[in-house]
Write a protein of this length. Structure first.
Length: 607
C-alpha cells in the first residue's frame, strides 16, 4: 500500500527520497512523487507508473536538503499524475504526503471550496494540504495539529512548508510512521526498509502522535502539546535482507529462504528436556494458559490460511477448540467475546487494517489478544497483549511465501506448549519436535525439484482456470495454492475441500480445467483418491502432490510431484513449497510482474 518517506539532513534530498521510495516499492503502488525544498521554493515532481518514470523527470542535480516522497496505491481518484502525491496548497507553500483515508474529505472539501480553494486532484489527501495552509500562521506544527483535529479517518503524513527549511512534521493515526535517527540527518518513513540503509536507530510513532523533526532534533507530542517520552529502538533488519541476493525475484529468494526461516522461527524456543516450547513474549502465566478453553484466530489472506492449518493441529494435538475468522468479517458482526477464549491476531506485516481493527474490537470487549507478527514494532505487535514474532526476516515480494511457513511454525510451537500442559505426553512432544526439526532438510530436498516444477508450470501456465483441492489439515493449503497462483499469474484459480467438489464445483471440470490435488499419505488419502477419479472420469486433468514413491496416485494423475514422507501434521509445510514454486514459474512463463502483481499491495493498511 502507499509508502511515505521524508528526509532532512546534509545529503541531496531527492536521491535519498527516491532510494527510500524504491525500498518501499514492494508495498505495491501505481504512481510516485517527491517534493524538495530549495532556493526556488517547494519543487514537486510526480508521475504514474514505476519509480523509473519519476526518475526520468527529476533533474539529477536537483538541489535541496529536505523533502518528502510518496508511492501511491490509488483509493480515491484514478491513477493519474495529478492524483499522485505530494499534494500542495494553491500558493505552493505547503507540501504533504499522506497514507490512509480521510473519511470526511467531502465535507472538508466543501468547506475549503467555500473559502475559494481550487482543487487539482480527485484525492481525499489533497484536503490536508489546503487545511494546513488555511491554519498556517508561521507555525507548521500548530497548523498541522489544527488541521488534524478536523479530520476523520486514518493517516500517516509528512508535511513541510516553504518557509521552514529542514523542518518536517509527521503524524500518524492508523497508518504507520517511523523516525530514523541519523548523525545530523533524520528520516521519516512508513516502514523501516526505507531508512535502514542509513541508520539502525528508530522511533515508532503511535496513533495520534505528532513528531516535529529537523536535521538534528526531534520532538514528539500528542495532538495537543503534551510531550511524549519516546524510546529509541534498535532496528534489527539488515540491508542485505532487502536485496535480491542474486535471485531474479524476491519471491524466488523468499521461497528458497524457507530452509532458514523455518528454523529461525523455532530456534531458541524448544525445550528438549521437557519436550515443550518456550515462548517469551506471551505475557501469560502457566495458570492463565491452562485456563484457556477456546482459541480464536483472526487474520486475512495468506495469514488466514496459515492460521487455519494451525487450527487443525490445535484441536487434534492440544484438544482445544479452535476456530478462525476473517478479521474483516469479525469486526462488524458484534462478536461475542468469551472470558476464557484466547484470540490470536496473525499478520505478517502487523499493519493489516482489517486485522488491527478486529484486534481493537476484541480488546474493547475485554478479550485478550496475542499478536503473531513478522515485522518487529508493527502496530499489531505493539497493541496486542503479548505475542510471538515469527522472525522470517523482511518479506518483500507481495505474494507471501516464507511468512506462511514461519507463521505455521510459530503457531505449532504455541500448540505444542498448550498441548504439553494438557494431554500430550513427553514422548509425543519429543516426536513432534523431532519431526519439526527435520523440516529444513526436507524443504531443501523440495527446492532441488525446482526444474521439474518449472517444466510442469510451462506445460500448464496457459490454462485459464484451475482448481486446488485438499482435505483436512491440507485443505487450507489448497486454498493457499490457489491464492498464490491467481495473485501472481492472474490465472483464475479456486481452492476447495476435495470432498466439496461434488456439491457444485465439479460442474467446472472439462479438458480445459486442471485440478491440483494435495494427496499426502494420511487418513484421508483414499477419499482424495476417489475425488481424483471423479475428476478423471469427467476428462479433467489432474496434477497431484503426493508422497515419494506413491504409485497409486501416479497411476491416476496426469502429472505428479513428490514430497518427502513426514508425520501427517507436517505435510502443510511440504505441500506449500511446490505450490509456491508452481505459481512462481507459471507467472514467469506468462511474463507477469512476479514481485509486484497488478492491483496488489503488500501491507493493506486500508479497510
Ligand atoms: C497473499 C498475501 C496477502 C496477505 C494479507 C494479510 O500472498 O500476501 O493475502 O497475506 O494481505 O497480510 P498480513 O499477513 O500482513 O496481515
Amino acid at each position: 500500500m502507499c509508502g511515505i518517506v521524508g528526509y532532512s539532513g546534509f545529503r541531496q534530498a531527492s536521491s535519498v527520497l527516491i532510494a527510500g521510495l524504491k525500498r518501499l516499492e514492494y508495498r505495491g503502488y501505481d504512481s510516485s512523487g517527491i517534493s524538495v525544498l530549495n532556493t526556488q521554493g517547494l519543487v514537486t515532481f510526480k508521475k504514474t507508473g514505476k519509480i523509473i518514470n519519476l526518475q526520468q523527470i527529476v533533474p539529477k542535480d536537483l538541489q535541496g536538503l529536505s523533502g518528502i516522497g510518496h508511492t501511491r496505491w490509488a483509493t480515491h481518484g484514478g491513477v493519474t499524475d495529478r492524483n499522485a502525491h505530494p499534494h500542495n496548497d494553491g500558493k505552493n507553500s505547503i507540501s504533504i504526503v499522506h497514507n490512509g483515508i480521510i473519511e470526511n474529505y467531502i465535507s472538508l472539501k466543501e468547506m475549503l471550496k467555500a473559502d475559494g480553494v481550487v482543487f487539482k486532484s480527485e484525492t481525499d489527501s489533497e484536503v490536508l494540504a489546503h487545511l494546513v495552509a488555511k491554519f498556517y500562521e508561521d507555525d507548521l506544527e500548530k497548523a498541522v495539529k489544527k488541521a488534524l483535529t478536523l479530520v476523520k479517518g486514518t493517516y500517516g503524513i509528512i508535511c513541510m512548508h516553504r518557509d521552514k527549511p529542514g523542518i518536517l512534521v509527521g503524524a500518524r493515526n492508523g497508518s504507520p510512521l517511523v523516525l530514523g535517527i541519523g548523525e545530523k540527518e533524520m528520516f521519516l518513513a512508513s516502514d523501516v526498509s526505507a531508512v535502514i540503509g542509513y541508520t539502525k536507530q528508530g522511533i515508532y510513532l503511535v496513533d495520534r502522535e505528532v513528531i516535529i523533526v529537523d536535521e538534528n532534533n526531534y520532538r514528539s507530542t500528542d495532538l495537543g502539546y503534551q510531550e511524549l517520552d519516546k524510546k529509541v529502538e534498535h532496528i534489527s533488519w539488515e540491508l542485505e535482507e532487502l536485496e535480491k541476493g542474486g535471485y531474479p525475484h524476491f519471491m524466488l529468494k523468499e521461497i528458497f529462504e524457507q530452509v532458514d526461516s523455518i528454523p529461525r522461527a523455532y530456534s531458541g524456543r524448544i525445550d528438549e528436556d521437557l519436550a515443550t516450547a518456550k515462548l517469551g513474549g506471551l505475557n501469560m502465566t502457566n495458570r492463565e494458559l491452562l485456563d484457556v478453553e477456546r482459541i480464536k484466530i483472526i487474520a486475512a489472506g495468506t495469514s488466514f490460511h496459515a492460521g487455519w492449518v494451525a487450527c487443525y493441529l490445535m484441536e487434534s494435538m492440544a484438544r482445544i477448540p479452535c476456530s478462525i475468522e476473517l478479521a474483516s468479517e469479525l469486526r462488524y458482526r458484534n462478536p461475542i467475546v468469551e472470558k476464557n477464549t484466547l484470540y490470536l491476531a496473525l499478520s505478517q506485516s502487523g499493519e493489516t487494517a482489517d486485522t488491527l481493527y478486529a484486534l481493537r474490537e476484541i480488546q474493547r470487549k475485554g478479550g485478550r489478544v496475542l499478536g503473531i507478527c513478522n515485522v518487529v514494532g508493527s502496530t499489531i505487535a505493539r497493541e496486542s497483549d503479548g505475542g510471538v514474532y515469527i522472525h522470517s526476516g523482511p518479506e518483500i515480494a507481495v505474494a507471501s511465501t516464507k511468512a506462511f511457513t514461519s507463521q505455521i511454525t510459530a503457531l505449532y510451537l504455541f500448540t505444542l506448549l498448550l498441548a504439553r500442559m494438557r494431554s500430550l505426553s513427553w514422548e509425543e512432544g519429543t516426536t513432534f519436535i523431532n519431526n519439526l526439526k527435520k523440516l529444513p532438510e526436507m524443504m531443501q530436498s523440495l527446492l532441488e525439484t525446482k526444474d521439474q516444477i518449472a517444466a510442469l508450470a510451462k506445460k500448464y501456465a496457459h490454462y485459464q482456470d484451475f482448481l486446488f483441492l485438499g482435505r483436512g489439515i491440507n485443505y487450507p493449503g489448497a486454498l493457499e495454492g490457489a491464492l498464490k497462483l491467481k495473485e501472481i499469474s492472474y490465472i483464475h484459480a479456486e481452492g476447495f475441500s476435495a470432498a466439496e467438489i461434488k456439491h457444485g464445483p465439479i460442474a467446472l471440470i472439462n479438458e480445459e480445467t486442471p485440478s491440483f490435488f494435495l494427496v499426502p499419505d494420511d487418513g484421508l488419502k483414499s477419499k482424495v483418491i476417489s475425488n481424483m477419479k471423479e475428476i478423471k472420469a469427467r476428462k479433467g486433468l489432474v496434477i497431484a502432490l503426493a508422497v515419494e514413491g506413491d504409485e497409486e496416485v501416479a497411476e491416476i494423475a496426469d502429472d505428479v510431484l513428490y514430497v518427502p514422507r513426514t508425520h501427517d501434521f507436517f505435510y502443510p509445510f511440504l505441500m506449500a513449497l511446490p505450490q509456491q514454486l508452481f505459481a512462481y514459474y507459471c507467472a514467469l512463463e506468462l511474463e507477469r510482474d512476479v514481485d509486484q502483481p497488478r492491483n496488489l499491495a503488500k501491507s493493506v493498511t486500508v479497510e
